[in-house]
Every structure is written in structure tokens, then in C-alpha cells.
Design a protein. Structure first.
Length: 279
């Protein structure tokens, strides 16, 4: 396959039959980013020697607000703990992800203000910032930036992974399970390992760029102007891979309903118990 045809295939996979950008500045790293796919099926091989350290080095190379480094990573490979993590992905309304127990490793990305809080107290200062919503966002964003760098690094060395936001369904139980200190919570998990070649995943289509890209000022567009094209790409993808027939709009409705919370409606109370006052 030529470079041109490979890149065309990547854009088609990412956008389906929607309009695709014609002026992408291509290189090996851009190709790897466009080829990203969520991996939920792994071989039983453990992570290669040095893989975890590589992921963490890449994560620590992400931007961090005010150079405060307010994130941590708990890497879990113990079978019993992974089984408990799989249980915690389940909720009242939705089934969880049993594959979490089979993943070679589950990475728990923590928004962690405990170090900053402790240092301030030790220095005789009063860490009032930790009481405010901005500080909570700062630590959560730091964790997310680090995690994305880490996943890109994992993919670069032949691994694959998937984010596990469902672990917030049981935020308090999870914090207790891994012994988190105050001023720390798990933003999300990430199952990683060597992708199983017999159960491959696929690139999911995204909306066309003109849905999400705004130039100079935000412009509000009627849904009817763009959703039909994306619904077609979404439906074609699900049909190609034998997934049950449903619309993306239905996913949005479900994802914005109270049932979707499935335990996350308790997150604020858990955060407050862990020291985040969210003023």
C-alpha cells in the first residue's frame, strides 16, 4: 500500500463518507494518532519489561499546570485486584467490563493534590486553593493530559488500551481499595496490554471537522445541518463490524440521562469527603 492510499484509508476510517480534511500535514506520528482505536481484547502476555516505565516517562512529559505535577498513577496487575476493578465498572443500570479482569494491567490515573497539600502544611502555609473548583479541575486536567501521553506511548510500543470512566461509578470504593490519601481521586482507569490479533478492534468514525472546528468565534449550527452525515458513518461502521443497530443520537440521549450516571451522581459527595470542597 502506498503512503497516499494508506493515509486515505485512515481518513476514510475516521470520517466515513463525510467530508475529510484535504490538507493534513502527514508524518509517522500523525498517522499513528489517526490510527488510534480502543482495545478491549488482549493476549495473556504480561506487559513487556520497561513498558510501564516508558508509559510513565511519556506521561511525565505532558504539560502540567504551574509545574505542580498533581497526578499519580496506580498500576494494577494483581488478578484479585483486577477482578475487583472489573466489578466496580458495573453499575445498577449498565453491565460493566469483564475484560478488565483479563487485561495484563489496569492503570488508575489519579488527580492527586495530596502532595501539594502536605508540602504546604509542612511549610506552615494554608493550602486554601485546594478548596476551590479550579484546583480540582487543574489536577483532573493534569491527570488527563498525562494519561493521553501515556496511551500514545503505549501504542507506539505495540500495546493498546481503553479508558475506563465507569470506575467513577464507585469512586469511594475504588479509593478505599487502593488506599488513596485525602485530596486524591481516580479520574479514570485504563486497561492496557498486547492487542489480541484474533479479536481486533477498529477505528471509530468521528463527526466531520466542521462540526467541532470553529474559526475566530463559536458558531451554533442546527443539528439537522450535520447529524445525518454522521449518523450514516456511525451506522455504516456498526453494520460493518456486526454491532447492533442503533443511532448515535440514541447514544447521546442515553448518555445524558440520569440512568447513565449509574452511581456517578454520588461523585461530588465522595470528592467532598476526600477533601475537595469545590467552592
Amino acid at each position: 500500500m502506498t503512503d497516499s492510499s494508506r493515509r486515505d484509508a485512515l481518513l476514510e476510517a475516521r470520517y466515513g463518507q463525510q467530508a475529510t480534511p484535504v490538507n493534513i500535514i502527514w508524518n509517522e506520528q500523525i498517522e499513528a494518532l489517526l490510527a488510534h482505536r480502543s482495545v478491549r481484547a488482549f493476549t495473556d502476555e504480561p506487559l513487556p519489561e520497561g513498558a510501564l516505565e516508558t508509559v510513565v516517562a511519556a506521561a511525565q512529559s505532558a504539560s502540567t499546570s504551574s509545574n505542580l505535577h498533581q497526578w499519580s498513577l496506580v498500576a494494577v496487575s494483581d488478578p484479585e485486584t483486577k477482578a475487583e476493578l472489573a466489578r466496580l465498572t458495573h453499575g445498577v443500570e449498565f453491565t460493566g467490563f469483564d475484560f478488565v479482569a483479563q487485561a495484563p494491567s489496569v492503570l488508575l490515573w489519579v488527580a492527586d493534590m495530596s502532595r501539594s497539600h502536605a508540602i504546604s502544611v509542612e511549610q506552615g502555609a494554608e493550602p486554601v486553593v485546594t478548596d476551590y473548583v479550579d484546583a480540582f479541575l487543574m489536577a483532573s486536567i493534569d491527570a488527563a493530559l498525562a494519561a493521553q501521553n501515556g496511551l500514545v506511548a503505549a501504542e507506539a510500543i505495540g500495546l493498546g488500551g481503553v479508558y475506563l470512566g465507569s470506575l467513577r461509578n464507585h469512586a469511594k470504593e475504588l479509593a478505599d481499595l487502593i488506599g488513596l490519601p485525602a485530596y486524591a481521586y481516580v479520574v479514570f482507569g485504563m486497561a492496557i496490554g498486547t492487542p489480541d490479533p484474533h479479536r481486533p478492534s477498529a477505528v471509530h468514525p468521528r463527526p466531520a471537522q466542521d462540526v467541532v472546528l470553529h474559526r475566530e468565534r463559536y458558531r451554533t449550527r442546527p443539528t439537522k445541518e450535520w447529524i445525518e452525515d454522521y449518523e450514516t458513518a456511525f451506522k455504516d461502521f456498526r453494520a460493518e463490524y456486526g454491532l447492533r443497530d442503533k443511532t448515535w443520537s440514541h447514544s447521546v440521549v442515553v448518555g445524558t440521562s440520569l440512568d447513565y450516571m449509574d452511581g456517578r451522581e454520588n461523585l461530588r459527595r465522595t470528592l467532598e469527603e476526600r477533601g475537595y470542597l469545590l467552592r
